[in-house]
Design a protein around this ligand. Structure first.
Ligand code: PEP
Ligand code: MG
Length: 743
């Protein structure tokens, strides 16, 4: 150890010597020889010299690669330095009544209140961790050394009570005498963190406030998603690493297009959708696949956003992969994965593994999905107990981003207090609606467009009705159509190929002309920069009949639900506003239609009209906008994109260089955590200005940041009223909001 740690000689050299030593020199002499050869000096014999060298080695270890990397990952400042603690040496390897061991006062994996650990008779501490000898479970010590076992239990119980947290301790027994070497608060899994926190409140060791602070919000994810069996996982090869976009474990056969995923899933297969990147066209495949893997894209790319919303394990931006969708191949280094081969992806770590790693479904999810009764699910009870304490503490409300009743139902079960964002476009991508949507886009006259919209109206109405019913009187924020229209049409290149093919096959001229018309419209709608093109409220200004249809659907649905004596609180939200005049234009339509429906039905529904703040200009002119808008919701995906000028879909390609520890241009991905100095300032300025003209302005956030703990804390201090996160992130936002209050 001295050779390795103090003198920096590779451990393998000593290991090799240990193997070869069977004959010849005694091991100690051989080791001394190695040390003299490698370090150029004989092994120091004066104890004080040894101590000094050992002390300096500990100080130097602060700058070894492993330590530097660890600090970078956990955002520990590199400047704080370390301390050295010098302790008398005791020996666990002196006799058969000597021993050494490590342990935890509770199980760090499950949180079970059991004494947990292992030990070795006649051994040094190194032997326990190095795996040279197999240690015994600590329960055995009760038989080997009953008196000492009781002594350890007593001391560690006392240590736990003193520190009021689960302890990770080390001990040595020298000739029948026990020495405690070290104790510290033990690291634990999410499951253990929740259990231990709740148990300790029941044991009156800590307060509820402390319990709420003991669990990292992100750790709650571990309780929701299927996990790889940790023992099994070690047997499989990691072939690549990507961004851990949506946690959870998934394994299945690889398919490169969404239709095949749907087809093979229907046949009972477990599937993984692998794409260079996903688009709204892939939704059905993403829904059916066990997990999603992409080669490009960042943390707010389509695959990442939708993956999280669906609670689907997703690894994105895995740049080591080259995905050949045409030949249905995936290459990584010199390895080729073909369609139908098994891979496994770990959305918690970002690892991609070759083969079918076995998983286990989480207990909490079984309850949410209705497969398990609450009373049969102790983990679920722990989970809800902790969150109920958080709810009593927090000021910030937590809503969910949900577009369909099923997601809204999950959101409710996870404790959401309303829907903060319903992206209505997701309703149009459904199989039975896409053709009508296309008909609407292709229409050349207002009348034809209206005909198609009339067909969409009842479908939208039933969507909204479902949402209102599920949300049982909680507010539901519905956003008018946002994406550019070409997203609803087939791709330009694909159409060109198809037309050529039809010509070669001598298909009837009429059919070809039809396709050509479609292509012409696609060309017309083509944009060089669709993210800044005809989308958001611009769409509703160019085609006011779309807004009119959506608003009618909302109010007719709300009226139907109100008639069954249920409360409904629709909040209509106008996207991508940059100027108050845009908002006025759209709000005018909302008020008109609401009035019309009220006159037709005789029922007046209470509602709010507000806006998303996604464009810096809107943030800066918030005092003007809030004269008209009754609420603001920060769309921080677009606001970050437009403030930095980084494309939300492409930033994955360069952001890793910005985050690199040698470049240190960015400390965190602004698409994951709100950038306090820029985007955050816009939020603060805009909230202040907005409230200046309208004191009771309701302010929330519905970008992906609503489910990021650090951003939730930011929102609390910026004075927002609520955050809205994807349903599966609602619990962690509830916890983070309580922690913000306690701060
Ligand atoms: C946003 O921009 O933050 C937002 C919520 O809208 P979308 O992600 O749908 O653009
Ligand atoms: Mg947006």
């Amino acid at each position: 150890m001295f050779g390795e740690v103090v003198l920096g000689i590779e451990k393998s050299i000593f290991d090799k010597a240990r193997e070869e030593i069977k004959t010849g020199l005694p091991l100690i002499s051989r080791f001394k020889q190695i040390i003299e050869e490698r370090s150029g000096k004989p092994f120091p014999q004066e104890p004080l010299k040894q101590l000094e060298m050992a002390r300096d080695a500990v100080f130097k270890s602060w700058n070894n690669k492993r330590a530097v990397d660890y600090r970078t990952i956990y955002k520990i400042p590199h400047s704080i330095g370390t301390a050295v603690n010098i302790q008398m040496m005791v020996f666990g390897n002196m006799s058969q009544n000597s021993a050494t061991g490590v342990g935890f006062t509770r199980n760090p994996a499950t949180g079970d209140k059991v004494f947990y650990g292992e030990y070795l008779i006649n051994a040094q501490g190194e032997d326990v961790v190095a795996g040279i000898r197999t240690p015994q479970p600590i329960a055995e010590l009760k038989k080997d050394m009953p008196v000492i076992f009781e002594q350890i239990r007593k001391i560690t119980t006392r240590l736990e009570r003193h520190y009021r947290d689960m302890q990770d301790f080390e001990f040595t027994i020298e000739k029948g005498e026990l020495y405690m070497l070290q104790t510290r608060n033990g690291k634990r899994t999410g499951l253990a963190a929740v259990r231990i926190a709740v148990d300790m409140v029941k044991e009156k060791l800590i307060s509820k406030e402390e319990a709420v602070q003991r669990v990292e919000p992100l750790q709650l994810n571990q309780l929701l998603h299927p996990m790889f069996d940790p023992k099994e996982k070690q047997r499989f090869k990691v072939i690549a690493n990507g961004l851990n976009a949506s946690p959870g474990a998934a394994s299945g056969r690889v398919y490169f297009d969404p239709d095949t995923v749907v087809e093979m899933t229907a046949k009972g297969e477990r599937t993984i959708l692998v794409r260079r990147e996903t688009s709204p066209d892939d939704i059905h495949g993403m829904h059916q696949a066990k997990g999603v893997l992409t080669a490009t894209g960042g943390m707010t790319s389509h695959a990442a956003v939708v993956g999280r919303q669906m609670g689907k394990p997703s690894v994105v931006g895995c740049s080591a992969l080259s995905v050949d969708e045409d030949n249905k191949l995936l290459k990584v280094a010199n390895l080729t994965v073909k369609e139908g081969d098994f891979i496994s992806i770990d959305g918690l770590s970002g690892e991609v593994m070759l083969g079918d790693v076995p998983t286990v479904e989480s207990e909490v999810m079984q309850v949410i999905k209705g497969g398990l009764q609450e009373k049969e699910a102790p983990t679920y009870q722990y989970f809800t107990t902790l969150l109920s304490w958080a709810d009593k503490i927090r000021r910030l409300k937590v809503r969910a981003n949900a577009d369909i009743p099923r997601d809204a139902e999950y959101a409710m079960k996870f404790g959401a207090e309303g829907i903060g964002l319903c992206r209505t476009e997701h309703m149009f991508f459904a199989e039975d609606r896409l053709p009508i949507m296309q008909e609407m886009i292709l229409a050349t006259t207002k009348q034809d467009r209206q005909k198609a919209l009339d067909k969409l109206l009842p479908l939208q109405r039933s969507d909204f009705k479902g949402l209102f019913e599920t949300m049982k009187g909680f507010p539901v924020t519905i956003r008018t159509l946002d994406p550019p229209l070409h997203e609803f049409l087939p791709k330009r290149e694909e159409l060109m190929v198809e037309i050529t093919r039809m010509r070669v096959q001598n298909r009837p001229e009429e059919e070809i002309t039809q396709k050509e018309k479609l292509l012409a419209r696609v060309n017309e709608l083509h944009e060089f920069n669709p993210m800044m093109g005809l989308r958001g409220c611009r769409l509703g200004i160019v085609y006011p009949e779309i807004t009119r249809m959506q608003v009618r659907a909302i109010f007719e649905a709300a009226t139907e639900v109100a008639l069954t004596s249920k409360t409904v609180v629709p909040e209509i939200m106008i996207p991508l506003v940059s100027d108050v005049q845009e908002f006025k234009h759209q709000a005018e339509i909302v008020h008109q239609v609401a009035h019309q429906v009220a006159q037709e039905t005789g029922i007046r529904i209470k509602y709010l009209v507000g806006t998303m703040i996604e464009v810096p200009r809107a943030a800066i002119t918030a005092d003007e906008i809030s004269k008209e808008a009754e609420f603001f919701s920060y769309g921080t995906n677009d606001l970050t994109q437009m403030t930095y000028g980084f494309s939300r879909d492409d930033a994955g390609k360069f952001i890793q260089y910005y985050l690199d520890k040698d470049n240190k241009i960015l400390l965190q991905d602004p698409f994951v955590t709100i950038d306090p100095a820029g985007v955050g300032q816009l939020i603060k300025i805009s909230t202040e200005k907005g409230k200046k003209t309208r004191a009771d302005l309701k302010v929330g956030i519905c970008g992906e940041h609503g489910g990021d703990p650090a951003s939730v804390i930011f929102c609390h201090f910026a004075g927002l009223d609520y955050v809205s996160a994807s349903p599966f992130r609602v619990p962690l936002s509830r916890l983070a909001a309580a922690q913000a209050e306690l701060k």
